[in-house]
Design a protein around this ligand. Structure first.
Ligand SMILES: [Ca+2]
Length: 456
């Protein structure tokens, strides 16, 4: 096999719990399920920050947020940082991006050789019924802009992104290997979907979760204005629309797969489907991301290349988006000599699980500013640490809904001490507060002279 082509399809805010191949019986995702049948499913894949830009920049640089100084969605990627698309170019790859990567400014290529269409597809205005959607109630609202809407900006963006990617595939790989990154905006809020997809779910039974929310996350509820009574019918509509958006993405993935096959690229192309973080979708009364609950921080990860890795396998080891960089280097035969926080998952794909460091670390700047947080998942145990807060420990093998904090259980005192020590290595929350405050000052002055563009 010559140097393989790599296609990374990254949606935005897709929890694996709303995917057929991860056990959801209500959602229709035949194309991603087919990709999984022809590939390998990771049941414990995580992002390294449950926020868009920090997650994506960790994925591209192979480094944690605190090492690249990217904590917020407005933070730029410092131009000297190497990314995996940049390194792939050094060994002859054509690396291109179609669609969303969410960088707001700076070098928005982030090491890719070319961009096929705008990050937010500037050709399509962010409007509904002639009015901008960027009012105070959008785009995160869960009860004001929900349901079927053929004017959905997100849906039209994703269709545009797929069209550019399919056009690229017509000539890709002819004289050099390629890495294509396809970034969809769906199923990110607002929870609106094209009518034909919403129609599939308009009668789907939906149960609204009544699980308790850890007191740690109460400030988050307030910050997102979720600490109020929201009509149940609206929440049900939001969830149905989310499912519909997932089905739309699934169809786009199917189109891309067909295009890869029709252009005779299937045998030598590794296809990856993933997302930048999850979506709480009402669990524990929470929506969107930002927390370390499984539904926020866990992501789908399907890797398909039957010629190379076989198919029909599930891997339960803990892996993360940080692992993309070293994995792609190994696939492309790049002998990189730079510090990386992840590990190549190629041994796992080849069936070798022994020796895998079965842990994942994720970071945030906190539920509210000034309270950085760190998550360490080791095997099935998950530790949450927030600055100046008591630690929280969940055992996901017995408590998958994360309702029982074991941090004060004497049986766990030894392993808790051990995990706190491990999670505290190279984590300095006071320093992170300084860095984020400083970043915000710089951004403030840029905003003084020019409002951040959201149209490009
Ligand atoms: Ca995101």
């Amino acid at each position: 096999m010559s140097k393989p082509n790599i296609v990374v399809i990254m949606s935005d805010q897709h929890t694996p719990n709303v995917l057929g191949c991860y056990g959801n019986k209500n959602v229709s995702t035949p194309n991603i399920d087919f990709l999984a049948e022809k590939g390998i499913i990771f049941d414990n894949a995580y992002c390294n920050s449950p926020v868009c830009v920090p997650s994506r920049m960790s994925m591209l640089t192979g480094l944690h947020s605190h090492k690249i100084n990217v904590f917020n969605n407005a933070d730029p990627l410092l131009p000297h940082l190497a990314t995996w698309p940049l390194l792939l170019r050094t060994v002859g790859y054509d690396t291109v991006i179609s669609g969303r990567n969410h960088l707001l400014w700076g070098d928005r290529l982030a090491g890719f050789g070319a961009r096929l269409c705008g990050d937010k597809s500037e050709a399509i205005p962010w409007v509904k019924n002639g009015k901008t959607m960027l009012g105070e109630k959008a785009p995160q609202a869960i009860d004001t802009h929900i349901g079927p809407d053929d004017a959905s900006y997100h849906a039209r963006h994703d269709i545009d992104v797929n069209a550019h990617a399919k056009e690229y595939l017509k000539t890709a790989g002819k004289d050099k290997p390629f890495a294509l990154f396809v970034g969809y905006y769906q199923p990110h809020a607002p929870f609106v979907a094209l009518e034909k997809y919403f129609e599939k779910y308009k009668d789907m039974p939906v149960e609204i979760d009544e699980l308790s929310c850890d007191p740690l996350y109460i400030p988050f509820l307030k910050a997102l204005k979720l600490d109020r009574k929201i009509e149940k019918e609206k929440l049900i509509t939001a969830i149905r629309a989310y499912y519909a958006m997932v089905s739309h993405i699934d169809e786009l993935v199917g189109e891309l797969y067909s295009s890869i096959r029709e252009n005779n690229l299937l045998d030598n192309t590794i296809i990856i489907y993933t997302s930048d973080h999850g979506e709480m979708l009402g669990l524990h009364g929470l929506w969107h991301k930002m927390t370390f609950y499984e539904d926020s921080v866990r992501i789908p990860l399907v890797v398909s290349c039957p010629e190379k890795f076989g198919c029909g396998k599930r891997i339960d080891r803990n892996v993360s988006l940080l692992d993309f960089f070293p994995s792609f280097m190994e696939l492309a035969g790049v002998k990189e000599d730079i510090e990386l926080d992840g590990s190549s998952i190629l041994p796992l794909l080849e069936g070798k699980t022994e020796g895998w460091n079965n842990r994942v670390i994720a970071e945030t700047i906190g539920i509210t500013r000034g309270q950085p947080g760190r998550m360490l998942k080791r095997d099935n145990l998950k530790l949450l640490m927030y600055y100046k807060s008591d630690p929280v420990l969940f055992d996901l093998s017995t408590d998958p809904s994360e309702q029982h904090n074991l941090a004060k259980d004497k049986k766990y005192s030894s392993i808790l001490t051990d995990m706190i020590k491990e999670a505290s290595e190279d984590w300095y929350p006071e320093k992170i507060n300084e860095m984020t405050d400083n970043n915000l000052k710089h951004i403030y002055y840029h905003n003084m002279v020019s409002k951040l563009s959201v149209s490009k």
